[in-house]
Write a protein that binds this ligand. Structure first.
Ligand code: FAD
Length: 466
């Protein structure tokens, strides 16, 4: 790295916040799954919006690419620098302050490096709910959540990250600070520019701060684990729960039996609370508003479905600890998959009404084309979002070609269903070819033009998304 750039960056963030030693930079150079590895000129850790702006100005002057990194839990290699070692990683962890909680406006203003769980806790301390919730919430940061438009377990009721933002402050690649940190629920003064940054995966600029929406804390909460024969029954039941319980339904997670088998094998103390084995399970959670009796409503709906033969068995959590144990089954599936070995992973979406036929078509295709694989399918059925994954024997661990074949087969089926090959995790460096193959050409062209307006020199997260 040119000494002048190092010196300049050290002046801006302080020498202690420029990491260059191999041991110090290593955690920033590989993604969570260890699927992508890169090298970097340095890891730079700014503590203010002004420092980010100065870092970007220095990098643009030196024509050095900038890779924004939050909690580094992304699934597409979006926060991993390239292997050439000619980019810097801009790590946001020092910008971790909650700036304001406004219970009357139902908003919280935070710096982008705030850990998601810390935001949830600050909201709760003020008697409010920040509903974005995902298994990585103990380490992912709100800046990363917004940059990937994260989904998670509460999308059904509260929407994606995109739906939870009122304003952002962003630093453009040339160092301009755009203060769009507004807490307004209505503002129709032209284009909604903040939304361009949500889901932009660090390619347009750095999200530095955000104003987020808060909600009332749920009243009575009920969590149930439900066994059924097939995804069609799960979709049927969803419609019935919605009719009966309205918006109180916050999570509706489908898991194939193979998922729970994996979790039981690899996760200490994980136990399936339903004794007999069934092909599919649902984790359903409802949170009442005020005094609304959600448990009795869900119990009645499930009992009727059992009578009709659409549900085989169900267990309702009797304590917070039991509810957490149910959730642990769902949330540790990714970890258990890693422990099992090589796996093809996907993150697709189709319309809720076509989930059952989609799973059927994809299963038939995988069983005939990849008989050596074991399907592990789970996901957020209430959002039409499934992880249709497949475990592979160890001899395929390094086989890129089988992964590509699986992706091709699956995504072609997704396309037939008018779905998306990337429902939640984004594109990063993992799915750029798919973006070109499956996304409409006009949309790609518009995205390229937008990128050029914000980042004509292409220094923001080069090689990602586009
Ligand atoms: P990083 O991984 O650090 O970065 C992700 C992208 O955002 C990169 O392109 C990076 O350059 C960019 N970026 C980061 N910070 C900024 C910033 N301040 N400004 C501009 N760009 C930035 N995702 C879901 O949507 N739903 C889930 O249910 C879900 N479950 C998960 C479960 C596990 C166990 C794990 C490990 C991951 C899961 N994910 C899920 C994926 C991941 O947690 C999310 O994508 C998360 O939003 C990433 O946040 P992060 O801070 O780790 O971002």
């Amino acid at each position: 790295m040119s000494p002048t750039l190092v010196e300049r960056l050290a002046e801006i963030v302080g020498v202690d916040n420029i990491l260059m030693e191999p041991g110090d930079v290593a955690p920033y150079l590989a993604d969570w799954r260890n699927a992508y590895r890169g090298r970097a000129l340095a890891v730079v850790r700014p503590a203010s919006t002004e420092a980010i702006a100065a870092v970007l100005r220095a990098c643009i002057a030196a024509s050095v690419g900038v890779v924004p990194q939050g909690g580094n839990t992304g699934m597409c290699g979006g926060a991993t620098p390239s292997i050439e070692g000619n980019q810097i990683v801009l790590a946001m962890g020092r910008m971790n302050r909650v700036l304001n909680v406004d219970p009357l406006n139902n908003t919280i203003t935070v710096e982008a490096g705030c850990i998601l769980a810390a935001i949830q806790q600050s909201a709760e301390a003020a008697g409010r709910l920040f509903p974005l919730s995902l298994a990585a919430e103990g380490s992912c940061q709100i800046g990363g959540n917004l940059a990937t438009n994260a989904g998670g377990i509460n999308v059904l009721r509260y929407g994606n990250a995109r739906d939870l933002v009122l304003g952002i402050e962003a630093v453009l690649p040339d160092g301009t600070i755009w203060n769009g940190l507004r807490a307004l629920r209505k503002d129709n003064r032209g284009y909604d520019l903040k939304q361009l940054f949500i889901g932009s995966e660090g390619t347009l600029g750095i999200i530095a701060k955000a104003v987020l929406k808060l909600f009332p804390l749920p009243g009575e909460t009920v969590t149930a684990l439900i066994a059924l024969d097939n995804p069609a029954c799960a979709v049927q039941l969803l419609a019935q729960v919605r009719e009966r319980c309205g918006d109180s339904i916050s999570a509706y997670e489908l898991m194939g039996h193979s998922c729970l088998e994996l979790v039981s094998r690899h996760i200490p103390r994980a136990r399936i609370p339903i004794e007999r084995e069934y092909p599919w399970y649902l984790l359903v959670e409802l949170g009442g508003v005020g005094d609304a009796p959600v448990r009795s409503a869900l119990e009645a709906t499930v009992a009727e479905a059992i009578d009709r033969g659409e549900v085989r068995d169900a267990v309702f959590a009797e304590s917070v600890a039991q509810s957490e144990a149910f959730w642990r089954l769902r949330e540790t599936i990714p970890e258990a998959t890693i422990a099992e070995g090589a796996a093809f992973r996907s993150d697709i979406s189709v319309s809720i009404s076509s989930i059952a036929t989609f799973v059927e078509s994809a299963t038939v295709a995988f069983v005939s084309r990849f008989p050596q694989s074991r399907i592990v399918c789970f996901g957020h059925v209430g959002d039409g979002n499934l992880h249709f994954n497949a475990l592979l024997p160890p001899e395929y661990a390094q086989s890129d070609s089988i992964m590509r074949d699986m992706a091709g087969v699956l995504y072609d089926i997704v396309e037939e269903f008018d779905g998306s090959f990337s429902a939640e995790h984004g594109v990063g460096q993992a799915k750029r070819a798919e973006l070109i193959r499956y996304k409409d050409g006009i949309e790609i062209d518009l995205m390229r033009r937008i990128k050029h307006v914000f980042d004509p020199l292409g220094i923001m997260n080069p090689g990602k998304l586009l």
